[in-house]
Ligand binder design. Structure first.
Ligand code: GTP
Length: 597
Protein backbone atom coordinates (compact mmCIF):
# COMPACT_ATOMS: atom_id res chain seq x y z
CA UNK A 1 0.00 0.00 0.00
CA UNK A 2 0.90 3.64 -0.35
CA UNK A 3 1.91 5.74 2.63
CA UNK A 4 -1.00 8.13 2.02
CA UNK A 5 -3.40 5.30 2.84
CA UNK A 6 -1.82 4.46 6.19
CA UNK A 7 -3.42 5.69 9.43
CA UNK A 8 -1.59 5.18 12.74
CA UNK A 9 -3.75 5.83 15.77
CA UNK A 10 -4.17 5.13 19.48
CA UNK A 11 -7.22 5.14 21.67
CA UNK A 12 -7.18 7.30 24.77
CA UNK A 13 -9.78 6.45 27.37
CA UNK A 14 -10.35 6.40 31.04
CA UNK A 15 -10.61 2.92 32.55
CA UNK A 16 -13.97 1.32 31.80
CA UNK A 17 -15.06 3.82 29.17
CA UNK A 18 -14.79 1.03 26.62
CA UNK A 19 -11.42 1.22 24.93
CA UNK A 20 -10.90 -2.54 24.64
CA UNK A 21 -14.45 -3.11 23.48
CA UNK A 22 -14.11 -0.41 20.83
CA UNK A 23 -10.75 -1.73 19.66
CA UNK A 24 -12.13 -5.25 19.37
CA UNK A 25 -15.15 -3.94 17.46
CA UNK A 26 -12.88 -2.13 14.98
CA UNK A 27 -10.81 -5.29 14.56
CA UNK A 28 -13.95 -7.31 13.94
CA UNK A 29 -15.35 -4.88 11.35
CA UNK A 30 -12.04 -4.90 9.51
CA UNK A 31 -12.12 -8.68 9.38
CA UNK A 32 -9.27 -9.35 11.78
CA UNK A 33 -11.43 -11.43 14.08
CA UNK A 34 -14.39 -13.76 14.20
CA UNK A 35 -17.27 -13.19 16.58
CA UNK A 36 -15.96 -15.95 18.86
CA UNK A 37 -12.47 -14.53 19.00
CA UNK A 38 -13.99 -11.15 19.71
CA UNK A 39 -15.40 -12.54 22.92
CA UNK A 40 -11.94 -13.47 24.06
CA UNK A 41 -10.86 -9.82 23.99
CA UNK A 42 -7.58 -10.35 22.17
CA UNK A 43 -5.98 -7.06 22.95
CA UNK A 44 -5.54 -7.73 26.64
CA UNK A 45 -3.48 -10.81 26.11
CA UNK A 46 -2.28 -11.52 29.60
CA UNK A 47 -4.71 -13.51 31.77
CA UNK A 48 -4.19 -11.21 34.67
CA UNK A 49 -5.08 -8.19 32.63
CA UNK A 50 -8.25 -9.82 31.47
CA UNK A 51 -9.32 -10.67 34.99
CA UNK A 52 -8.68 -7.18 36.21
CA UNK A 53 -10.03 -5.69 33.00
CA UNK A 54 -7.15 -3.32 32.51
CA UNK A 55 -4.69 -2.90 29.71
CA UNK A 56 -1.04 -2.76 30.65
CA UNK A 57 1.34 -3.31 27.75
CA UNK A 58 1.32 -1.45 24.46
CA UNK A 59 0.45 -3.66 21.51
CA UNK A 60 -0.44 -3.06 17.91
CA UNK A 61 -2.88 -4.37 15.35
CA UNK A 62 -2.69 -3.80 11.59
CA UNK A 63 -6.04 -3.85 9.77
CA UNK A 64 -7.42 -3.39 6.26
CA UNK A 65 -10.29 -0.96 6.01
CA UNK A 66 -12.21 -0.41 2.77
CA UNK A 67 -13.88 2.99 2.79
CA UNK A 68 -17.25 3.61 1.06
CA UNK A 69 -15.36 5.24 -1.87
CA UNK A 70 -13.52 1.89 -2.25
CA UNK A 71 -10.14 3.20 -1.08
CA UNK A 72 -8.23 0.55 0.87
CA UNK A 73 -6.62 1.89 4.03
CA UNK A 74 -4.10 0.26 6.31
CA UNK A 75 -5.07 1.04 9.91
CA UNK A 76 -2.42 0.56 12.59
CA UNK A 77 -3.97 0.65 15.99
CA UNK A 78 -1.55 0.98 18.88
CA UNK A 79 -2.96 0.13 22.26
CA UNK A 80 -2.31 2.27 25.31
CA UNK A 81 -2.88 1.39 28.95
CA UNK A 82 -5.51 3.31 30.88
CA UNK A 83 -4.43 3.19 34.50
CA UNK A 84 -2.65 6.00 36.37
CA UNK A 85 0.23 3.67 37.27
CA UNK A 86 1.09 3.13 33.63
CA UNK A 87 0.65 6.56 32.12
CA UNK A 88 4.30 6.70 31.00
CA UNK A 89 3.46 3.88 28.57
CA UNK A 90 0.91 6.13 26.94
CA UNK A 91 3.36 8.71 25.65
CA UNK A 92 5.43 6.15 23.82
CA UNK A 93 2.41 4.59 22.16
CA UNK A 94 1.34 8.06 21.07
CA UNK A 95 4.77 8.78 19.65
CA UNK A 96 4.14 6.23 16.92
CA UNK A 97 0.82 7.78 15.87
CA UNK A 98 -0.53 10.73 13.91
CA UNK A 99 -3.87 10.68 15.67
CA UNK A 100 -5.88 9.39 18.57
CA UNK A 101 -9.49 8.63 19.40
CA UNK A 102 -10.56 10.04 22.73
CA UNK A 103 -13.23 7.65 23.95
CA UNK A 104 -15.61 9.09 26.51
CA UNK A 105 -18.41 7.17 28.16
CA UNK A 106 -21.48 9.24 27.25
CA UNK A 107 -23.07 8.38 30.59
CA UNK A 108 -20.04 9.16 32.75
CA UNK A 109 -18.39 12.16 31.15
CA UNK A 110 -14.78 13.26 31.10
CA UNK A 111 -12.38 11.87 33.72
CA UNK A 112 -9.00 13.13 34.92
CA UNK A 113 -6.78 10.44 33.44
CA UNK A 114 -8.12 10.88 29.93
CA UNK A 115 -7.63 14.64 30.21
CA UNK A 116 -3.95 14.15 31.07
CA UNK A 117 -3.42 11.65 28.26
CA UNK A 118 -5.25 13.88 25.83
CA UNK A 119 -2.90 16.77 26.62
CA UNK A 120 0.06 14.48 26.03
CA UNK A 121 -1.35 13.60 22.62
CA UNK A 122 -1.97 17.23 21.66
CA UNK A 123 1.53 18.22 22.85
CA UNK A 124 2.98 15.52 20.62
CA UNK A 125 1.14 17.01 17.65
CA UNK A 126 -1.55 14.38 17.25
CA UNK A 127 -5.04 15.01 15.89
CA UNK A 128 -7.50 13.96 18.58
CA UNK A 129 -11.00 12.84 17.58
CA UNK A 130 -13.49 12.63 20.47
CA UNK A 131 -15.81 9.62 20.38
CA UNK A 132 -18.96 9.30 22.49
CA UNK A 133 -19.29 5.66 23.51
CA UNK A 134 -22.04 3.68 25.27
CA UNK A 135 -24.78 5.53 23.38
CA UNK A 136 -26.99 2.46 23.88
CA UNK A 137 -27.27 3.20 27.59
CA UNK A 138 -30.41 5.04 28.78
CA UNK A 139 -28.28 7.41 30.91
CA UNK A 140 -26.21 8.51 27.88
CA UNK A 141 -26.25 12.31 27.78
CA UNK A 142 -24.22 13.30 24.70
CA UNK A 143 -24.93 17.03 24.88
CA UNK A 144 -23.65 17.26 28.44
CA UNK A 145 -20.56 15.25 27.56
CA UNK A 146 -19.83 17.30 24.43
CA UNK A 147 -19.99 20.37 26.62
CA UNK A 148 -17.57 18.79 29.08
CA UNK A 149 -15.09 17.83 26.38
CA UNK A 150 -15.10 21.40 25.10
CA UNK A 151 -14.97 22.98 28.60
CA UNK A 152 -12.47 20.69 30.28
CA UNK A 153 -10.21 19.57 27.45
CA UNK A 154 -10.76 22.35 24.96
CA UNK A 155 -11.41 20.09 21.99
CA UNK A 156 -14.22 20.72 19.56
CA UNK A 157 -16.68 17.88 20.00
CA UNK A 158 -19.79 18.75 17.96
CA UNK A 159 -18.84 16.32 15.25
CA UNK A 160 -17.83 13.55 17.67
CA UNK A 161 -19.08 10.19 16.40
CA UNK A 162 -21.76 8.70 18.66
CA UNK A 163 -21.29 4.98 18.98
CA UNK A 164 -21.90 1.89 21.01
CA UNK A 165 -18.85 -0.34 20.90
CA UNK A 166 -20.98 -3.00 22.51
CA UNK A 167 -23.80 -3.13 19.94
CA UNK A 168 -21.83 -1.86 16.95
CA UNK A 169 -24.05 1.24 16.58
CA UNK A 170 -22.39 4.06 14.63
CA UNK A 171 -19.19 2.16 13.93
CA UNK A 172 -19.14 2.65 10.13
CA UNK A 173 -19.42 6.38 10.58
CA UNK A 174 -16.62 6.33 13.12
CA UNK A 175 -14.22 4.60 10.71
CA UNK A 176 -15.10 6.99 7.89
CA UNK A 177 -14.38 9.94 10.13
CA UNK A 178 -11.18 8.37 11.39
CA UNK A 179 -9.56 8.11 7.96
CA UNK A 180 -10.51 11.65 6.96
CA UNK A 181 -9.70 13.25 10.32
CA UNK A 182 -6.36 11.60 11.08
CA UNK A 183 -3.57 12.48 8.64
CA UNK A 184 -1.33 9.89 6.97
CA UNK A 185 2.26 9.53 8.24
CA UNK A 186 5.03 11.51 6.60
CA UNK A 187 7.98 9.43 5.50
CA UNK A 188 9.98 8.21 2.53
CA UNK A 189 10.49 4.56 1.65
CA UNK A 190 13.62 5.45 -0.35
CA UNK A 191 15.45 7.23 2.48
CA UNK A 192 17.86 5.46 4.87
CA UNK A 193 16.00 3.53 7.55
CA UNK A 194 15.04 5.27 10.77
CA UNK A 195 12.86 3.11 13.03
CA UNK A 196 11.84 3.58 16.64
CA UNK A 197 11.47 0.72 19.12
CA UNK A 198 8.12 1.34 20.85
CA UNK A 199 8.27 -1.81 22.93
CA UNK A 200 10.42 -4.91 23.31
CA UNK A 201 9.60 -8.12 25.08
CA UNK A 202 11.25 -11.44 25.60
CA UNK A 203 9.63 -14.53 24.13
CA UNK A 204 10.89 -17.99 25.10
CA UNK A 205 10.84 -19.25 21.51
CA UNK A 206 11.69 -16.18 19.44
CA UNK A 207 13.99 -14.26 21.76
CA UNK A 208 13.49 -10.52 21.85
CA UNK A 209 10.55 -9.27 19.76
CA UNK A 210 10.49 -5.51 19.13
CA UNK A 211 7.47 -3.45 18.13
CA UNK A 212 8.76 -0.71 15.83
CA UNK A 213 7.47 2.32 13.98
CA UNK A 214 9.30 2.96 10.71
CA UNK A 215 9.71 6.68 10.05
CA UNK A 216 11.79 6.37 6.88
CA UNK A 217 13.09 3.63 4.60
CA UNK A 218 12.31 -0.04 4.10
CA UNK A 219 13.33 -2.99 6.30
CA UNK A 220 13.39 -6.54 4.94
CA UNK A 221 14.00 -10.02 6.27
CA UNK A 222 17.72 -10.81 6.07
CA UNK A 223 18.76 -7.13 6.33
CA UNK A 224 21.76 -6.29 8.50
CA UNK A 225 20.62 -3.75 11.08
CA UNK A 226 22.33 -1.53 13.62
CA UNK A 227 21.09 -0.61 17.09
CA UNK A 228 22.02 3.03 17.60
CA UNK A 229 22.34 2.78 21.41
CA UNK A 230 24.76 -0.14 21.53
CA UNK A 231 26.32 0.08 18.06
CA UNK A 232 25.78 -3.67 17.70
CA UNK A 233 24.75 -5.29 14.42
CA UNK A 234 22.12 -7.97 13.95
CA UNK A 235 20.38 -9.76 11.08
CA UNK A 236 16.59 -9.64 10.77
CA UNK A 237 15.31 -13.22 10.99
CA UNK A 238 11.62 -12.34 10.91
CA UNK A 239 9.60 -9.19 10.27
CA UNK A 240 5.89 -8.48 9.96
CA UNK A 241 2.70 -7.21 11.53
CA UNK A 242 0.11 -8.18 14.15
CA UNK A 243 -3.35 -8.81 12.71
CA UNK A 244 -3.72 -9.27 15.84
CA UNK A 245 -1.97 -12.61 15.31
CA UNK A 246 1.73 -12.34 14.55
CA UNK A 247 2.08 -12.52 10.75
CA UNK A 248 5.35 -12.47 8.79
CA UNK A 249 5.33 -10.14 5.80
CA UNK A 250 9.06 -10.08 5.06
CA UNK A 251 9.03 -6.29 4.86
CA UNK A 252 8.06 -3.09 6.70
CA UNK A 253 7.96 0.30 4.99
CA UNK A 254 8.08 3.95 6.06
CA UNK A 255 4.94 4.85 8.02
CA UNK A 256 4.20 1.29 9.11
CA UNK A 257 4.15 -0.32 12.53
CA UNK A 258 5.14 -3.96 13.09
CA UNK A 259 7.56 -6.39 14.67
CA UNK A 260 11.24 -7.10 14.09
CA UNK A 261 13.07 -10.19 15.36
CA UNK A 262 16.85 -10.35 14.98
CA UNK A 263 18.26 -13.14 17.13
CA UNK A 264 18.65 -10.86 20.14
CA UNK A 265 18.62 -12.82 23.39
CA UNK A 266 18.73 -10.01 25.93
CA UNK A 267 16.17 -7.22 26.27
CA UNK A 268 18.95 -4.68 26.73
CA UNK A 269 20.04 -5.50 23.18
CA UNK A 270 16.88 -3.82 21.84
CA UNK A 271 15.89 -1.24 24.44
CA UNK A 272 12.60 0.63 24.24
CA UNK A 273 13.14 4.06 22.67
CA UNK A 274 16.19 2.95 20.68
CA UNK A 275 16.60 3.69 16.97
CA UNK A 276 17.18 0.98 14.36
CA UNK A 277 18.87 1.66 11.02
CA UNK A 278 20.73 -0.41 8.44
CA UNK A 279 24.33 -1.43 9.24
CA UNK A 280 25.34 0.31 5.99
CA UNK A 281 23.87 3.70 7.06
CA UNK A 282 25.36 4.25 10.54
CA UNK A 283 25.18 8.05 10.04
CA UNK A 284 21.38 8.04 10.51
CA UNK A 285 20.45 10.04 13.59
CA UNK A 286 18.97 8.65 16.75
CA UNK A 287 15.33 9.54 17.42
CA UNK A 288 14.66 11.34 20.71
CA UNK A 289 13.40 8.17 22.42
CA UNK A 290 11.54 8.21 25.71
CA UNK A 291 12.13 9.36 29.21
CA UNK A 292 13.17 6.47 31.40
CA UNK A 293 10.60 5.72 34.04
CA UNK A 294 11.64 5.58 37.63
CA UNK A 295 9.92 3.42 40.19
CA UNK A 296 7.94 5.45 42.70
CA UNK A 297 7.05 2.83 45.25
CA UNK A 298 9.28 0.26 46.92
CA UNK A 299 8.53 -2.82 48.99
CA UNK A 300 10.53 -5.68 50.42
CA UNK A 301 9.58 -9.12 49.08
CA UNK A 302 10.72 -12.27 50.84
CA UNK A 303 10.16 -15.94 50.05
CA UNK A 304 8.23 -17.65 52.85
CA UNK A 305 10.63 -20.56 52.54
CA UNK A 306 14.28 -19.55 52.29
CA UNK A 307 14.85 -22.49 49.89
CA UNK A 308 12.95 -20.48 47.27
CA UNK A 309 15.41 -17.60 47.19
CA UNK A 310 17.16 -18.70 43.99
CA UNK A 311 13.86 -19.35 42.23
CA UNK A 312 12.63 -15.94 43.32
CA UNK A 313 15.71 -14.24 41.91
CA UNK A 314 15.33 -16.11 38.59
CA UNK A 315 11.65 -15.15 38.41
CA UNK A 316 12.40 -11.46 38.98
CA UNK A 317 15.07 -11.61 36.30
CA UNK A 318 12.56 -13.09 33.84
CA UNK A 319 9.85 -10.56 34.66
CA UNK A 320 12.31 -7.70 34.29
CA UNK A 321 13.02 -8.93 30.75
CA UNK A 322 9.55 -7.76 29.78
CA UNK A 323 9.20 -4.86 32.16
CA UNK A 324 11.88 -2.21 32.08
CA UNK A 325 10.26 -0.31 34.94
CA UNK A 326 10.76 -3.18 37.39
CA UNK A 327 13.73 -2.54 39.62
CA UNK A 328 15.16 -4.86 42.28
CA UNK A 329 18.14 -5.16 44.58
CA UNK A 330 18.92 -7.83 47.17
CA UNK A 331 17.77 -7.04 50.67
CA UNK A 332 18.67 -8.78 53.88
CA UNK A 333 16.20 -8.42 56.72
CA UNK A 334 16.97 -9.57 60.27
CA UNK A 335 13.38 -10.65 60.59
CA UNK A 336 12.63 -12.08 57.17
CA UNK A 337 15.98 -13.26 55.86
CA UNK A 338 17.11 -12.88 52.25
CA UNK A 339 14.82 -11.24 49.74
CA UNK A 340 14.66 -8.26 47.42
CA UNK A 341 13.67 -4.62 47.65
CA UNK A 342 11.56 -4.17 44.54
CA UNK A 343 10.63 -0.86 42.90
CA UNK A 344 7.28 -0.35 41.17
CA UNK A 345 5.44 2.38 39.26
CA UNK A 346 2.62 2.28 41.77
CA UNK A 347 0.71 -0.05 44.02
CA UNK A 348 -1.30 -1.59 41.18
CA UNK A 349 1.95 -2.47 39.40
CA UNK A 350 3.11 -3.99 42.68
CA UNK A 351 -0.01 -6.13 43.03
CA UNK A 352 0.28 -7.35 39.47
CA UNK A 353 3.94 -8.33 39.85
CA UNK A 354 3.20 -10.04 43.14
CA UNK A 355 0.36 -12.02 41.59
CA UNK A 356 2.46 -13.03 38.62
CA UNK A 357 5.29 -14.20 40.86
CA UNK A 358 2.84 -16.31 42.78
CA UNK A 359 0.78 -17.68 39.93
CA UNK A 360 3.25 -18.05 37.11
CA UNK A 361 6.28 -18.95 39.19
CA UNK A 362 4.55 -20.72 42.08
CA UNK A 363 6.30 -18.63 44.72
CA UNK A 364 5.02 -17.96 48.23
CA UNK A 365 6.07 -14.46 49.10
CA UNK A 366 5.73 -12.10 51.98
CA UNK A 367 5.53 -8.43 51.05
CA UNK A 368 6.26 -5.52 53.37
CA UNK A 369 4.28 -2.29 53.31
CA UNK A 370 5.10 -0.19 50.22
CA UNK A 371 6.97 3.05 50.75
CA UNK A 372 7.93 6.03 48.62
CA UNK A 373 11.51 7.31 48.24
CA UNK A 374 12.81 9.92 50.68
CA UNK A 375 15.60 12.39 50.08
CA UNK A 376 18.07 12.92 52.92
CA UNK A 377 20.51 15.73 53.43
CA UNK A 378 23.16 14.76 55.95
CA UNK A 379 24.98 17.22 58.23
CA UNK A 380 27.97 17.19 55.88
CA UNK A 381 25.71 18.22 52.97
CA UNK A 382 25.69 14.82 51.31
CA UNK A 383 22.41 13.87 49.60
CA UNK A 384 21.11 10.33 49.59
CA UNK A 385 17.85 8.48 48.94
CA UNK A 386 16.12 5.95 51.14
CA UNK A 387 13.55 3.45 49.88
CA UNK A 388 13.67 1.24 52.95
CA UNK A 389 12.43 2.68 56.28
CA UNK A 390 14.64 0.39 58.33
CA UNK A 391 17.68 1.90 56.59
CA UNK A 392 16.89 5.44 57.70
CA UNK A 393 20.08 6.54 59.46
CA UNK A 394 20.27 7.95 62.98
CA UNK A 395 18.36 11.26 62.85
CA UNK A 396 21.17 12.96 64.77
CA UNK A 397 23.27 12.98 61.61
CA UNK A 398 20.44 14.01 59.28
CA UNK A 399 20.07 17.71 58.56
CA UNK A 400 16.83 17.39 56.62
CA UNK A 401 14.53 14.66 55.40
CA UNK A 402 12.36 15.40 52.37
CA UNK A 403 9.35 13.59 51.02
CA UNK A 404 8.10 13.45 47.42
CA UNK A 405 5.20 15.78 46.64
CA UNK A 406 2.77 15.21 43.78
CA UNK A 407 0.49 17.56 41.95
CA UNK A 408 -2.89 15.89 41.74
CA UNK A 409 -5.81 16.79 39.53
CA UNK A 410 -9.18 15.50 40.67
CA UNK A 411 -12.42 15.71 38.69
CA UNK A 412 -15.59 15.14 40.64
CA UNK A 413 -19.32 15.98 40.40
CA UNK A 414 -20.18 18.97 42.59
CA UNK A 415 -22.15 17.08 45.24
CA UNK A 416 -19.05 15.14 46.34
CA UNK A 417 -16.59 18.05 46.42
CA UNK A 418 -16.90 18.43 50.20
CA UNK A 419 -15.95 14.80 50.77
CA UNK A 420 -12.96 15.08 48.48
CA UNK A 421 -11.68 18.24 50.15
CA UNK A 422 -11.94 16.66 53.62
CA UNK A 423 -10.02 13.64 52.39
CA UNK A 424 -7.28 15.85 50.94
CA UNK A 425 -7.00 17.78 54.21
CA UNK A 426 -6.57 14.57 56.22
CA UNK A 427 -3.80 13.63 53.83
CA UNK A 428 -1.92 16.90 54.35
CA UNK A 429 -2.94 18.30 50.97
CA UNK A 430 -2.57 21.94 49.92
CA UNK A 431 -5.21 23.26 47.53
CA UNK A 432 -3.83 25.13 44.51
CA UNK A 433 -6.96 25.58 42.45
CA UNK A 434 -10.63 24.77 42.26
CA UNK A 435 -12.93 25.51 39.35
CA UNK A 436 -16.20 24.53 37.78
CA UNK A 437 -15.82 22.67 34.51
CA UNK A 438 -19.11 21.73 32.93
CA UNK A 439 -21.06 19.72 35.46
CA UNK A 440 -17.93 18.77 37.37
CA UNK A 441 -15.41 20.45 39.64
CA UNK A 442 -11.72 20.30 39.06
CA UNK A 443 -9.53 20.37 42.17
CA UNK A 444 -5.77 20.79 41.98
CA UNK A 445 -3.87 19.74 45.09
CA UNK A 446 -0.32 19.23 46.17
CA UNK A 447 -0.13 16.14 48.31
CA UNK A 448 2.62 14.03 49.83
CA UNK A 449 3.13 11.09 47.48
CA UNK A 450 3.08 8.69 50.40
CA UNK A 451 -0.53 9.73 51.07
CA UNK A 452 -1.52 9.26 47.44
CA UNK A 453 0.07 5.99 46.39
CA UNK A 454 -1.38 3.85 49.14
CA UNK A 455 -5.18 3.89 49.01
CA UNK A 456 -6.13 7.42 48.00
CA UNK A 457 -7.62 6.35 44.69
CA UNK A 458 -9.84 3.73 46.37
CA UNK A 459 -10.91 6.24 49.02
CA UNK A 460 -11.77 8.84 46.38
CA UNK A 461 -13.92 6.31 44.57
CA UNK A 462 -15.75 5.27 47.70
CA UNK A 463 -16.50 8.81 48.90
CA UNK A 464 -17.85 9.86 45.49
CA UNK A 465 -19.94 6.79 44.59
CA UNK A 466 -17.27 5.95 42.03
CA UNK A 467 -17.42 9.27 40.17
CA UNK A 468 -14.18 10.99 41.21
CA UNK A 469 -11.17 10.52 38.98
CA UNK A 470 -7.54 11.22 39.66
CA UNK A 471 -4.33 11.98 37.83
CA UNK A 472 -1.04 12.85 39.48
CA UNK A 473 2.64 13.26 38.85
CA UNK A 474 5.79 13.84 40.88
CA UNK A 475 6.61 17.53 41.44
CA UNK A 476 9.51 17.84 43.89
CA UNK A 477 10.98 16.80 47.22
CA UNK A 478 9.98 18.92 50.20
CA UNK A 479 11.30 19.00 53.76
CA UNK A 480 8.91 17.47 56.29
CA UNK A 481 8.94 16.46 59.91
CA UNK A 482 9.32 12.77 59.37
CA UNK A 483 10.51 9.98 61.60
CA UNK A 484 10.80 6.24 61.65
CA UNK A 485 8.12 4.37 63.51
CA UNK A 486 9.50 1.04 64.72
CA UNK A 487 7.52 -2.00 65.74
CA UNK A 488 8.83 -4.25 68.50
CA UNK A 489 7.54 -7.76 68.99
CA UNK A 490 8.32 -9.08 72.47
CA UNK A 491 10.93 -6.37 72.81
CA UNK A 492 12.75 -7.02 69.51
CA UNK A 493 12.65 -4.45 66.75
CA UNK A 494 11.30 -6.05 63.56
CA UNK A 495 13.04 -4.23 60.72
CA UNK A 496 10.48 -5.25 58.09
CA UNK A 497 7.69 -3.57 60.04
CA UNK A 498 9.31 -0.14 60.26
CA UNK A 499 7.61 2.76 58.46
CA UNK A 500 8.32 6.43 57.92
CA UNK A 501 5.57 8.68 59.31
CA UNK A 502 4.87 12.32 59.87
CA UNK A 503 5.76 13.28 63.47
CA UNK A 504 2.39 14.87 64.13
CA UNK A 505 0.68 11.63 63.22
CA UNK A 506 3.20 9.31 64.84
CA UNK A 507 1.43 8.72 68.15
CA UNK A 508 -1.96 8.21 66.61
CA UNK A 509 -0.59 5.94 63.88
CA UNK A 510 1.44 4.01 66.42
CA UNK A 511 -1.64 3.36 68.53
CA UNK A 512 -3.77 2.35 65.57
CA UNK A 513 -1.00 0.14 64.29
CA UNK A 514 -0.45 -1.89 67.45
CA UNK A 515 -4.20 -2.32 67.80
CA UNK A 516 -4.52 -3.68 64.30
CA UNK A 517 -1.51 -5.89 64.72
CA UNK A 518 -2.95 -7.26 67.91
CA UNK A 519 -6.04 -8.34 65.95
CA UNK A 520 -3.98 -9.84 63.16
CA UNK A 521 -1.33 -11.79 65.03
CA UNK A 522 -2.85 -15.13 66.02
CA UNK A 523 -2.66 -16.09 69.67
CA UNK A 524 0.33 -18.20 70.52
CA UNK A 525 1.27 -20.33 73.52
CA UNK A 526 2.62 -17.25 75.31
CA UNK A 527 1.80 -13.54 75.58
CA UNK A 528 3.06 -11.45 72.68
CA UNK A 529 3.82 -7.78 73.35
CA UNK A 530 3.43 -5.47 70.36
CA UNK A 531 4.95 -2.00 70.73
CA UNK A 532 5.36 1.00 68.49
CA UNK A 533 8.38 3.20 69.14
CA UNK A 534 9.53 6.57 67.91
CA UNK A 535 13.23 7.31 68.25
CA UNK A 536 13.59 4.60 70.88
CA UNK A 537 10.56 5.73 72.94
CA UNK A 538 7.57 3.45 73.08
CA UNK A 539 4.47 5.40 72.06
CA UNK A 540 1.91 2.59 72.08
CA UNK A 541 1.62 -1.02 73.14
CA UNK A 542 -0.79 -3.93 73.20
CA UNK A 543 -0.66 -7.59 74.07
CA UNK A 544 -1.79 -10.66 72.18
CA UNK A 545 -2.88 -12.86 75.07
CA UNK A 546 -1.61 -16.43 75.21
CA UNK A 547 -3.88 -19.10 73.79
CA UNK A 548 -5.94 -20.89 76.40
CA UNK A 549 -5.66 -24.63 75.95
CA UNK A 550 -9.39 -25.25 75.62
CA UNK A 551 -10.14 -22.84 72.77
CA UNK A 552 -10.14 -25.45 70.01
CA UNK A 553 -11.73 -28.06 72.26
CA UNK A 554 -14.70 -25.75 72.61
CA UNK A 555 -15.04 -25.49 68.84
CA UNK A 556 -14.91 -29.24 68.31
CA UNK A 557 -17.72 -29.73 70.73
CA UNK A 558 -19.91 -27.06 69.23
CA UNK A 559 -20.88 -25.63 65.90
CA UNK A 560 -19.46 -27.57 62.94
CA UNK A 561 -19.43 -24.70 60.48
CA UNK A 562 -17.54 -22.57 62.93
CA UNK A 563 -14.97 -25.34 63.28
CA UNK A 564 -14.58 -25.61 59.53
CA UNK A 565 -14.18 -21.86 59.25
CA UNK A 566 -11.45 -21.91 61.84
CA UNK A 567 -9.61 -24.72 60.08
CA UNK A 568 -9.89 -22.96 56.72
CA UNK A 569 -8.59 -19.84 58.27
CA UNK A 570 -5.64 -21.69 59.71
CA UNK A 571 -4.90 -23.28 56.35
CA UNK A 572 -4.89 -19.92 54.57
CA UNK A 573 -2.98 -18.35 57.39
CA UNK A 574 -0.27 -20.99 57.25
CA UNK A 575 0.61 -20.17 53.71
CA UNK A 576 1.35 -16.60 54.57
CA UNK A 577 3.03 -16.78 57.95
CA UNK A 578 6.56 -15.97 58.76
CA UNK A 579 8.33 -16.99 61.91
CA UNK A 580 9.90 -13.87 63.42
CA UNK A 581 11.90 -14.89 66.46
CA UNK A 582 9.49 -17.14 68.36
CA UNK A 583 6.37 -15.47 66.99
CA UNK A 584 4.41 -16.36 63.85
CA UNK A 585 3.39 -13.19 62.03
CA UNK A 586 0.87 -13.31 59.15
CA UNK A 587 1.21 -11.38 55.89
CA UNK A 588 -1.69 -9.08 56.83
CA UNK A 589 0.20 -7.76 59.83
CA UNK A 590 3.01 -6.55 57.59
CA UNK A 591 0.50 -4.49 55.62
CA UNK A 592 -1.40 -3.31 58.70
CA UNK A 593 0.25 0.08 58.49
CA UNK A 594 -1.64 0.76 55.25
CA UNK A 595 -4.94 0.42 57.01
CA UNK A 596 -4.52 2.77 59.95
CA UNK A 597 -5.63 6.03 58.39
P1 GTP B 1 -9.39 -0.79 30.38
O1 GTP B 1 -8.98 -1.90 29.46
O2 GTP B 1 -9.39 -1.22 31.82
O3 GTP B 1 -8.72 0.51 30.14
O4 GTP B 1 -10.94 -0.56 30.19
P2 GTP B 1 -11.58 -0.22 28.81
O5 GTP B 1 -11.68 1.26 28.70
O6 GTP B 1 -10.89 -0.99 27.76
O7 GTP B 1 -13.05 -0.75 29.00
P3 GTP B 1 -13.72 -2.05 28.37
O8 GTP B 1 -13.68 -2.08 26.90
O9 GTP B 1 -13.20 -3.24 29.11
O10 GTP B 1 -15.22 -1.75 28.79
C1 GTP B 1 -15.59 -1.52 30.13
C2 GTP B 1 -17.02 -2.00 30.34
O11 GTP B 1 -17.92 -1.21 29.58
C3 GTP B 1 -17.24 -3.44 29.91
O12 GTP B 1 -18.10 -4.04 30.82
C4 GTP B 1 -17.88 -3.29 28.54
O13 GTP B 1 -18.71 -4.38 28.22
C5 GTP B 1 -18.69 -2.03 28.70
N1 GTP B 1 -18.90 -1.33 27.43
C6 GTP B 1 -17.96 -0.98 26.52
N2 GTP B 1 -18.53 -0.35 25.48
C7 GTP B 1 -19.85 -0.28 25.75
C8 GTP B 1 -20.97 0.28 25.05
O14 GTP B 1 -20.89 0.83 23.96
N3 GTP B 1 -22.18 0.15 25.67
C9 GTP B 1 -22.33 -0.46 26.87
N4 GTP B 1 -23.55 -0.54 27.38
N5 GTP B 1 -21.31 -0.99 27.54
C10 GTP B 1 -20.08 -0.91 26.99
Amino acid sequence: GEIKHIRNFSIIAHIDHGKSTLADRIIQICGGLSERELKEQVLDSMDLERERGITIKAQSVTLDYRAPDDTLYQLNFIDTPGHVDFSYEVSRSLYACEGALLVVDAGQGVEAQSVANCYTAVEQGLEVLPVLNKMDLPQADPDKVIHEIEEIIGLEADMAPRVSAKTGLGMEGLLEQLVTFIPPPKGDVEKPVQALIIDSWFDNYQGVVSLVRLFDGTLKKGDKILMKSTGREWEISDIGIFTPRQKSTGVLRAGEVGFVIAGIKDIHGAPVGDTITHAKTPEVERLPGFQKVKPQVYAGMFPISSDDYEDFRDALEKLALNDASLDYIPENSDALGFGFRVGFLGTLHMEIIQERLEREYGLDLLTTAPTVIYELEMDDGEISYVSNPSKLPDMGRVNEIREPIVRASILVPQEYVGNVISECVVRRGVQLDMQVLGSQMQLIYELPMSEVVMDFFDRLKSISKGYASLDYGFERFEAARLARLDVLINGDRVDALATIVHREQAHQRGRALVERMQEMIPRQMFDVAVQAALGGHVVARSTVKALRKNVTAKCYGGDVSRKRKLLDKQKQGKKRMKQVGKVEIPQDAFLAVLKVN
